[in-house]
Design a protein around this ligand. Structure first.
Ligand code: ZN
Length: 145
């Protein structure tokens, strides 16, 4: 049985939702796409960005996975500062795992943690502002900003 589906999200654009109960620690899917530098990804998205959806996932080495190039439904995961899923990085590949039990119909969230090379410009910061609404919202999807 399919575990997730992509549909309209009340948070932002489209989102990923659980179709059946997911258990804490359960591996849900891989975050696929093309690995590139943050700088290249940002300039690509400045040119091709459509609805402001962020298809970038930050790797620990400062590069990103661009889910808009060869990505799967994981690219529709929305960001939340306190997320019910986390990304496990293993040898340059990223897997999405549940961190808490998730009920069918719940939207799945991860914390993007995007690293910027140097100081992010005001425009970049504005583009990656977070509006998840959690009382512990950091106000940004960027790591260390
Ligand atoms: Zn937030």
């Amino acid at each position: 049985m399919k575990r997730i589906s992509v549909r309209r999200s009340s948070v932002h654009g489209r989102g990923v939702f659980a179709l059946r109960p997911l258990c804490a620690g359960e591996l849900i899917l891989e975050y696929t796409g093309t690995v590139m530098s943050w700088k290249r990804a940002i300039s690509r998205h400045r040119r091709f960005g459509k609805d402001g959806h962020t298809f970038l996932f930050g790797l620990s080495d400062g590069r990103v996975i661009d889910g808009s190039l060869g990505g799967n439904s994981a690219r529709w995961l929305n960001h939340a500062c306190v997320a019910n899923c986390e990304a496990i990085e293993d040898d340059g590949r990223v897997y999405i795992q549940a961190v808490s039990d998730i009920q069918p119909g719940e939207e799945l969230f991860i914390a993007y943690g995007l690293m910027t090379e140097g100081r992010a410009s005001a425009a970049v910061r504005a583009q990656y502002a977070c509006r998840c609404g959690h009382r512990r919202c950091r106000g940004t999807m960027l790591a260390g900003a």
